[in-house]
Every structure is written in C-alpha cells, then in structure tokens.
Design a protein around this ligand. Sequence first.
Ligand code: PLP
Length: 426
Amino acid sequence: MIDYKGRFAAAIDALHDEKRYRVFADLERIAGRFPAAIWRHEGEAREITVWCSNDYLGMGQHPAVMKAMRSAVAAMGSGAGGTRNISGTNHPLVELERELADLHSKEAALVFTSGFVSNEASISTIARLLPDCQIFSDELNHASMIEGVKKSGCRKAIFRHNDVDHLEELLKAADPAKPKLIVFESVYSMDGDIAPIAAIADLAERYNALTYIDEVHAVGMYGARGGGITERDGEARRIDVIEGTLAKAFGVLGGYIAGSRDVIDCVRSYAPGFIFTTALPPALAAAATASIRHLKTSQVERDSQQRQAARAKAVLGAAGLPVMASPTHIVPVLVGDPDLCKKASDHLLEVHGIYIQPINYPTVPRGTERLRITPTPFHDDALIAKLRDALVETWQAVGIAFANAAKPAEPARSRVTPLVVSQAGG
Ligand SMILES: *Cc1c(COP(=O)(O)O)cnc(C)c1O
C-alpha cells in the first residue's frame, strides 16, 4: 500500500524543517489608501502598512485605472467568453496589444493571462520553432523563464549572473551554424541589479543570436514612457523580444511579449499556453491600457518612486541596517538566516503593523535571506521614518546583525514632505 497521505505530510514537514514553509498574510487592500491594508489574524482585523508590494507605483488604485475597469465591466460584463480563438478576442484586448507594441517600439505584441505564462509559453515556443536551438540563460533567471527553457527541450547553457565574459565563452564554444537564444532579465527583482543589456546585445550580434528580455520589474518604472530599461538605455530596437507584466507597476493582471510581427504571429499560432486558455477579461485589458497610457505621459510616479526608494536606502543605512546596494527601486535588507528572517517578518507585522514578506531559499541563495522592501510614491517620509524605527527595534529584539557592527542611530524625527501624486477615491 502506498501511503499517499504520509508522503504529502512528509513533503510539508521538509519545508518546516528547512524553515521555508510559506504562510500567506490574509490582507485586504483599501482603495484610495495605498499602502494601508487590513490584516486578519486570529479573529482580529488590524490596519497595517504594506512595504513589499509589487504594485510599485500604486497604479492598482489609480482613479483612471479603476474607472476604466468599472466602465468596461458595465459595458461588456465580467469574463472574456472564451479563448482568443473562440470568442475571447474582445476589442479592449486588441487595443491593449497595440498600446504595448507602441510602448516598446515593436511591430506587434501578444497578451497572456500572466507574466509567468508569457515567459513559459514564449521561450519554449520560440526555441522549439528553431531546430537545434541552444538557449543561453542567466543563472538568476525567474522560475517562469526556467520553465520555458525546460519545456523547449533544447540544449541550454547557463551563464554566470550578468557575466558577459562567461556568456561570450559559451557562445564561442557553440556551433556557429546552430540557432541561439539568449534569455535574461533587465532588473533582477531580489537584488535590484540591472543586466548589461548593450553588451549582451553586442554579443548577440557578433554570434548571431536572438535575444529575449524579461522587463517585468522595469516596465512602467524606467524609460521616458515606462518602456523599461531597454527604453531608458536606447536598446529596445536591438532586443528581439521584450516580455513584461501588467500585474506589477501597471497594477492589474496579465503578461505579454512584444517583438517583430513574425515572432509574435508564431507564438500566437504555436504556443499551447496562449491558445488553449481563456483570454484576459475585457475589463482587465481596459484597465491595463489606461495604466500604460497614463504612465506613458506621466513622469511624477516614476520620479516619486525613485526619490522615496533613495530616501529609504539612505535612512535605513544611516540607522546601521544592512541595506544591500542596489541601483534600482528595490531595497533589500540582509538578514542572512531563514529562521531570523521569518521571525523578523512576524515581529514587524505583529508588533509594528508593518508587512514585509521574508525572502528565503530557494528564491535567494542560502545565507542571503532578506527582507525585500519596495518603497512606492505613497510611502512618504513619515512612513519611512516609522519603518526605520520598527526595523531597528526588530533587529535588536530578534538579534540580527547590524551593518559593520555599526550602532543603530537614535531614531530622529524626519520632516514630512507632501507627495505630488494624488490618490483620489476614483
Ligand atoms: C513576477 C515575475 C514574473 C511573472 O509575472 P506575473 O505577471 O506575476 O505572472 C515573471 N518574471 C519575473 C522576473 C517576475 O518577477
């Protein structure tokens, strides 16, 4: 007899033993009051502040986005009605794809039900359509990209993170006659570092490889119109496929790729993960379009996010907290132990009403467990000061090392700067 129950229980026990069993906080976001939320726990409901949201610019509660979603629901109802092939291609989705192609200065774009699905379906399909293709993949690529690489069934070579010399070595060693696909991200979300896009594009030209970039943690936030790091660096034209999400800075749901008409048509025509699933509902498409359009012309959210992220890094660093260096909006604070990381997160929530999810293995390497803080335009200076005081108290209470054994600074009072971004109830 096979003990099914016992096997599942053992799998869960293993996670507990490794201190990486995940617990989800029961949250209720409050429209118009981002980043405040209600936390339900042990029969109580408490208002807390979320410091780890990927709704990076608060667009999920932007009046224009909410209005677009409500209008589309009123006009077209809730669901899409089918797969794209069977009655699921609604006009808002057609408009959204035009908007995305324009955002990345590409001929065409294709929307999926999530960024995860877009990576898995697109990478596997593009590589499969190129017989004998070899995939060159950054070692820190997201799980969805790894799934795409695996599913392609192609030979793969993993290059050291952001290491162009290693990538070149691998490209050089490959058969010049065989197709090559380089897959990488622009902003890596756990360290907040940025890929050397121009150098990778140079190598792709030299070795005749296609390039596929995941800009999930950059779209909406970088570039003059929110087209990501490829737009900021003027490299979008040199990258064959740009992938992004509608669920993070754009604040809605869905994923996409943008590229040449031919590549997009191939993925549309060959990818099971695109073909055999119901389309994104019209209201989500309309909301995403409103969000993208807003961020194409409005710079204030991007500026405020950068300002508040820089401020958070400076204020937490000055208090002796081990802020890990990052050139982006992501503020990782090193804990270095899974148990302490979980304890710090629980303590912050229970004692200070501050929610920051612990980031443990396998999301990050063992020994680099951390709290990953994502300041948005709505995390004002007063919230940052509160966060600093709460972190310092937590570091002491839980027993986590400060940076360079520096003594924590006295919690100083900081001036509250009013933010330019308004957030009406919509
Ligand atoms: C979140 C994430 C995805 C998946 O996007 P979703 O729209 O949330 O499915 C893809 N790539 C990276 C790097 C991500 O962090």
